[in-house]
Design a binder for this molecule. Structure first.
Ligand code: FES
Length: 213
């Protein structure tokens, strides 16, 4: 049996200026330009810019991704890295296609969150913080998901799975194995889209459809 992929925790080396390899798509650049108009300075767009980077770099923020955000916002690498590493929603290491984020805060804990975690560990053959060898699932625990009335709760991409039981988990894992929805990249895109106005989203869509971007 293959060994599970262990989460890498070392700090990646920042690229030197001459190594900068910009990867944002034209669409991403347009989104970023639209976001800049929302704020008095570019720095203020850092959080949505990091969501764009998380999407454009396939689900996690590499050193190149952080360097690209720093370049586009005109800030230092260290400043952007400080923000990216402060918030848990930005992935600093490769993760699976789906992030299973189990809430283990008080209400969920009292309603069996750790039994749910153990069940997931056994079912997927990985420990907390690990990714399955097929690269599909990463298992993590998170603080309160603000849905305590439906505990125990787990977030998977852009959806909440509520009142979890082993049966519901079996069903969900089966669905995800045969799905292209609720992925880490889709969550990042959804976060980008909610930061844009309807008019901005429509304009970017029109430009994409007409081949301008
Ligand atoms: S404690 Fe789990 S959603 Fe609030």
């Amino acid at each position: 049996m293959q060994e599970p992929i262990i989460r890498i925790t070392e700090r990646p080396r920042p690229p030197r200026p001459e190594e900068l390899n910009l990867r944002f798509s034209e669409r991403a650049v347009k989104e970023l330009e639209a976001l800049f108009t929302h704020y008095p300075d570019k720095k203020s767009a850092m959080l949505p810019a990091l969501w764009i980077a998380q999407r454009e770099y396939g689900g996690h923020l590499t050193a190149d991704a952080i360097a690209e955000v720093a370049y586009r916002l005109g800030r230092s690498y260290a400043e952007v890295e400080g923000v990216a590493t402060f918030y848990t929603m930005y992935n600093k290491a490769p993760v699976g296609k789906y992030m299973l984020e189990v809430c283990t805060n008080l209400t969920c804990m009292l309603c069996g969150a750790y039994r749910i975690l153990e069940y997931l560990e056994q079912k997927l053959g990985i420990k907390l913080g690990e990714t399955t060898p097929d690269g599909l699932f990463t298992l993590t625990e998170v603080e309160c998901l603000n849905n305590c009335g439906d505990a125990p709760v787990m977030q998977v991409g852009d959806i909440y799975c509520r009142r979890l039981t082993p049966e519901k988990i079996d069903e969900l894992i089966e669905q995800l194995r045969n799905s292209e929805e609720h992925t880490v990249v889709q969550l990042a895109d959804a976060e980008v889209q909610i930061h844009l106005s309807e008019q901005e989203r429509e304009k970017i869509e029109r430009e994409a459809a007409s081949g301008i971007i």
